[in-house]
Design a protein around this ligand. Sequence first.
Ligand SMILES: Nc1ncnc2c1ncn2[C@@H]1O[C@H](COP(=O)(O)OP(=O)(O)O)[C@@H](O)[C@H]1O
Ligand SMILES: [Mg+2]
Length: 209
Amino acid sequence: MIISITSLKGGVGKSTLSQNLAVCLAHIGYKVAIIDTDTNASSVHWSGLRPDNLPSVAVFGISDSEALSKNAKKLVQDYDIVLIDGTPSLSRLVSTIILLGDMVLIPIKPSALDVWATEKFIEKYDQASVIKDVKAYFILNQYDANLSFNRDSKEVLSDLNIPILKSTLKTRVAYVEAVVQGLGVYEYKDKKARDEMAALCNEIVTLFP
Ligand SMILES: Nc1ncnc2c1ncn2[C@@H]1O[C@H](COP(=O)(O)OP(=O)(O)O)[C@@H](O)[C@H]1O
Ligand SMILES: [Mg+2]
């Protein structure tokens, strides 16, 4: 199965989510790979730091649309789950990423700027949906229900035709610290981060097509 993690904006948590989800899924027992499509190669770097004694997550860097299609279809035969860590652009690559996914996850920060950016994304998604029916879900990253503008952003998103997952991620130092040790927060000392990531991962597993 291929899970595409995409958005039209950078810095919303695509790589963070890819790595952390990969780690949780690997702990559950799935054989997991990440294809890092961003030229900043952050998941590739992360994998280089990952300790050998932890469940392995293979990471491949591919940022060309044709090579991605070809390799994703090959890798899906060797791995239970291939996560595609997306790139922020309006390029063909984004359409390819959406179309390859059996499931599409869209991390989003709950701010007006980020919500406005989804309009263009939804256009891309709607175009892709004509070719193939792809299930997509928003994931609220760096969400704080105590902040009214966060709640407002959620409200606006809930009017769109893409459902929002119940599990959300808060802003936590653990996400920034774990990555430089090649870990997922599921393997890190912050219990709240671990618990919220496990909850998100479990919710996603129940939605597997
Ligand atoms: N929930 C979070 N809490 C704290 N920092 C976060 C969180 N999610 C992402 N970040 C940080 O925000 C930055 C951008 O995240 P990243 O996953 O690289 O985004 P993208 O891949 O979409 O460009 C990174 O420095 C990352 O560590
Ligand atoms: Mg990234």
